[in-house]
Design a protein around this ligand. Structure first.
Ligand SMILES: *[C@@H]1O[C@H](CO)[C@@H](O)[C@H](O)[C@H]1NC(C)=O
Ligand SMILES: *[C@@H]1O[C@H](CO)[C@@H](O)[C@H](O)[C@H]1NC(C)=O
Ligand SMILES: *[C@@H]1O[C@H](CO)[C@@H](O)[C@H](O)[C@H]1NC(C)=O
Ligand SMILES: *[C@@H]1O[C@H](CO)[C@@H](O)[C@H](O)[C@H]1NC(C)=O
Ligand SMILES: *[C@@H]1O[C@H](CO)[C@@H](O)[C@H](O)[C@H]1NC(C)=O
Ligand SMILES: *[C@@H]1O[C@H](CO)[C@@H](O)[C@H](O)[C@H]1NC(C)=O
Ligand SMILES: *[C@@H]1O[C@H](CO)[C@@H](O)[C@H](O)[C@H]1NC(C)=O
Length: 748
């Protein structure tokens, strides 16, 4: 425990140390050299205060601790250094030259300061950063300089004369102040002053003459300086330093190493001797130390972060911009910026569109508010009359995700969609009313069912259908998109199923030849599947009550969409049968139900049996062309079976040697479905399974004929794929219904 505790402590200390190190500035002194600072002066390597700490004795800094704060001197000399920078500059403080006079014209003080940089050292007064300035109204200043080569001396001067302070401007421009630039490579200079008139006549405002070399950036001139400079002793001067006497090019030519460490580069000072090192772009620190140049986190600089339109990401020696998910581009504000991916653009466009639309709608609504209000009253009346309240009541009793899928359409929307219910839009008519084809404003094609009358019993059926369809979420059930209750007669809006009814395909002579047995079997199987789902798998068992070929719609891929739930019944879970008014279509109607009025799921089985017979024979469910006892297709079919005439009544165009066995089996299933006693009929689940079994086996044309082995293999490969995708589709439908059941179950 103790050891662990200590380890923990060390870890904490380590973390703290790391944090402290990270927080402080980058190291500037040679590793191991404690003294990287003298008073206020930071001492970066190659400078150092001792033998182990400098690069070269010429970079010795002597720190005299007898001063408070301690003072830094260059070498062992007396040049006080106030700043050392890594871009090759030093700042010193130097005395200014001053000659002062009394009113009588006698000179009272004079000094002539000089300064000598170490001759051997890599130091020169910066000609770019400094200048010579003379200030006074009776002033004549001369600077004498000695350049690197000791014999190369030179002089430069500056004269300023003026008689009245009021003509002295705020800039150093010749009146009261003059300035001149310096030669390169000066190592020594002194400044001397003299006057023409011993300051007589101007003594009142300018008692002394001043001259000095000064760092250009720190110099400013005002007329007040003519007198207040008497109090100033020293001004800053910049000294250039570099390493060695050779420039980078020479070193490279002679394959000599330089002092520049990792992530840095050799630079030549402007036309001076020696070289300096600089960190590469994107790095900062001390280029003379190993690992001295460190990566800059550019992104922490708001100026750089601004160059990125979204995210800034620091990289080694650089930074990049990145875009958030769903965007692409380089993310730079001066580049491509971040471009929303196409889908998002559409989303935004749709969003803006929706926004504008609702704004427009809002305005329109306000404008037409009054007339709308009147209309609304009427619509409300219709809504009530059309069972809107009943529907609301029905729906409020049920919970689940179903309500999300349906929409209440406005009367105007549907009127527009159907060209005001134009004749040409009629898809079909029936006892229930008329079905129109409509195109919604969003481009969707829909089927709109318009009730025929305002008969009250019809309205109940209508509400019933809405409620039933809200329960169902199955890919083989036509989807109810919504309804409209504001009109005199209620309207239902369905998905549009493009390929007509099963009835058309069986009985339309032009379509019959293309309607193969495989398609018929698929349709039979899907219809059985959906009925089985309605009977057992749906959240509340549903009996369709009106299964017939005109209620089985087909889409372009011949996928079944069962429709017309107007007479369907929800069977409460605790009841197997329901006593109802007998409803259905002649020819499909279960005789048992007809006699007893007891509705069970077997009634649907019977009707489905009739549809199967229709598929097999291509005959209508009821036909007055047949003898009286056989007008009903079921009776006719059962009779034919009994007499073993099945082959004669099958629709000939689809029968062939390969499928005759299947046809017979389906006929057998149909026979079972048509049994008089409901109890003896198989349930839909069993029927669906048998049909699906037949279909699947049909897809595997196992054959022993060796001649066709290759072809068979090919077919096999294909069919396995098909089966898989079917299975997948089935699974997803299964999840759907499961979901519905669960949420329904929870709702209870
Ligand atoms: C520090 O400065 C004082 C006063 O100028 C001088 O006496 C002393 O010798 C200096 N010390 C060093 C180490 O240079
Ligand atoms: C440098 O500092 C020393 C000690 O304070 C002082 O005597 C000397 O005048 C200073 N020199 C300059 C040029 O500032
Ligand atoms: C200026 O002063 C010098 C010496 O102090 C003197 O010789 C000279 O005559 C004076 N000149 C004028 C114009 O007063
Ligand atoms: C001149 O005077 C101004 C204002 O007092 C001052 O800021 C400036 O430092 C002076 N110039 C010099 C060289 O001292
Ligand atoms: C450096 O010297 C060369 C010739 O020696 C000259 O052409 C160039 O202008 C100088 N550069 C600067 C910045 O003085
Ligand atoms: C940083 O990256 C940009 C492109 O992302 C490039 O143009 C630039 O030269 C890089 N800068 C450095 C110092 O590598
Ligand atoms: C931002 O981008 C501009 C244009 O490319 C460039 O000139 C500037 O240096 C960048 N700013 C920073 C801080 O990188």
């Amino acid at each position: 425990m103790r050891i662990r505790g200590m380890a923990l402590q060390f870890t904490i200390i380590g973390v703290l140390l790391a944090a402290v190190t990270a927080a402080t500035e980058l190291p500037i002194a040679k590793p191991g050299c404690q003294e990287d600072r003298c008073g206020n002066v930071r001492i970066p390597y190659p400078f150092g205060t001792g033998e182990d700490c400098y690069y070269d004795p010429q970079f010795l800094i002597t720190c005299n601790h007898t001063f408070n704060p301690p003072k830094a001197f260059l070498g062992e000399g007396n040049l006080n250094v106030t700043e050392i920078t890594l871009d090759g500059k030093l700042r010193l403080m130097q005395y200014i030259a001053k000659d002062c006079y009394n009113p009588a014209g006698a000179r009272t003080s004079r000094n002539r300061p000089w300064i000598n940089l170490p001759v051997q050292g890599p130091y020169v007064f910066s000609d770019t950063d400094n200048m010579l300035v003379a200030i006074g109204c009776d002033t004549y200043a001369v600077m004498q300089g000695i350049r690197e080569d000791k014999s190369d001396t030179y002089m430069v001067g500056c004269v300023s004369k003026c008689s009245n302070k009021k003509y002295v401007p705020n800039t150093c421009s010749g009146i009261g102040c003059c300035q001149t630039s310096l030669a390169k490579g000066i190592k020594y200079f002194d400044v001397s002053l003299s006057s023409y008139d011993n300051h007589t006549g101007i003594w009142e405002f300018n008692r002394c003459s001043f001259a000095f070399m000064i760092e250009e950036k720190q110099f400013s001139f005002f007329p007040s300086n003519l007198s207040d400079l008497e109090q100033v002793n020293k001004v800053p001067i910049i000294v250039d330093w570099s390493i060695g006497r050779n420039n980078c090019e020479t070193l490279e030519k002679n394959k000599m190493s330089n002092a520049c460490q990792g992530q840095s580069k050799c630079y030549d000072p402007e036309n001076g001797s020696g070289y300096i090192c600089k960190c590469l772009d994107g790095y900062q620190g001390n280029p003379y130390l190993p690992n001295g140049c460190r990566n800059i986190n550019e992104c922490s600089d708001p100026k750089v972060a601004h160059n990125c339109s979204h995210n800034c990401i620091d990289t080694e020696g650089n930074y990049t911009c990145s875009c958030p998910k769903g965007y692409h581009g380089d993310g730079r504000i001066d580049g491509e910026r971040c471009i929303r991916n196409r889908s998002s653009v559409i989303q935004v466009a749709v969003g803006i569109g929706a926004g504008l639309t609702s704004l427009l709608m809002g305005i329109t609504w306000l404008y037409w508010g009054y007339s709308k209000w009147k209309l609304m009253k009427l619509k409300e009346k219709f809504f009530r009359q059309n069972g809107g309240l009943l529907l609301e009541q029905q729906l409020s009793r049920r919970e689940g995700p179903v309500t999300e899928t349906a929409k209440i359409f406005s009367a105007a929307e549907l009127e527009k969609a159907t060209d005001k219910y134009h004749e040409s839009r009629i898809l079909g008519r029936g006892g229930f009313g008329t079905v129109y084809k409509g195109t919604l404003t969003d481009g969707r094609t829909v089927a709109i069912k318009k009730s025929k009358t305002i008969d009250h019993s019809q309205i109940e059926q209508f509400i019933n259908e809405v409620v039933v369809l809200y329960q169902i979420n199955h890919r083989n059930v036509v989807k109810l998109l919504g309804c409209c209750l504001e009109t005199e007669v209620p309207l239902l809006v369905y998905e549009y199923v493009a390929n007509g009814t099963l009835y058309d395909h069986i009985h339309d002579k032009s379509k019959v030849s293309a309607f193969t047995w495989e398609m018929r079997l698929k349709i039979a199987s899907e219809t059985a599947g959906v009925l089985s789902y309605l009977h057992s798998a749906a959240s509340v068992p549903i009996i369709h009550r009106d299964v017939k070929s005109t209620n089985i719609l087909l889409d372009n891929s011949y996928t079944v969409k069962v429709s017309d739930f107007g007479t369907s019944r929800l069977i409460p879970l605790d009841q197997d049968e329901l006593s109802t008014m007998v409803q259905g279509t002649l020819g499909y109607l279960d005789p048992e139900y007809f006699h007893t009025s007891q509705l069970t799921d077997k009634s649907d089985v019977y009707s489905f049996g009739v549809v199967l017979v229709e598929l097999l024979t291509g005959m209508k469910a009821i036909s007055f062309d047949r003898p009286e006892g056989e007008r009903n297709l079921s009776a006719y079919f059962l009779c034919a079976l009994k007499e073993d005439r099945l082959v004669h009544i099958l629709q000939d165009c689809m029968v062939n040697q390969d499928n005759i066995r299947q046809l017979k089996e389906v006929a057998n299933i149909a026979k079972k479905c048509l049994r008089v006693k409901g109890e003896e009929r198989p349930n839909m689940k069993k029927v669906a399974m048998e049909l699906e079994g037949l279909r699947t086996s049909a897809k595997h044309p196992w054959t022993n004929d060796e001649l066709y082995v290759e072809e068979t293999e090919y077919l096999l490969g294909e069919s396995v794929e098909t089966v898989r995708s079917e299975e997948m589709a089935g699974t997803s439908a299964g999840y759907h219904s499961l979901y519905l059941m669960q949420s329904q179950g929870d709702g209870r």
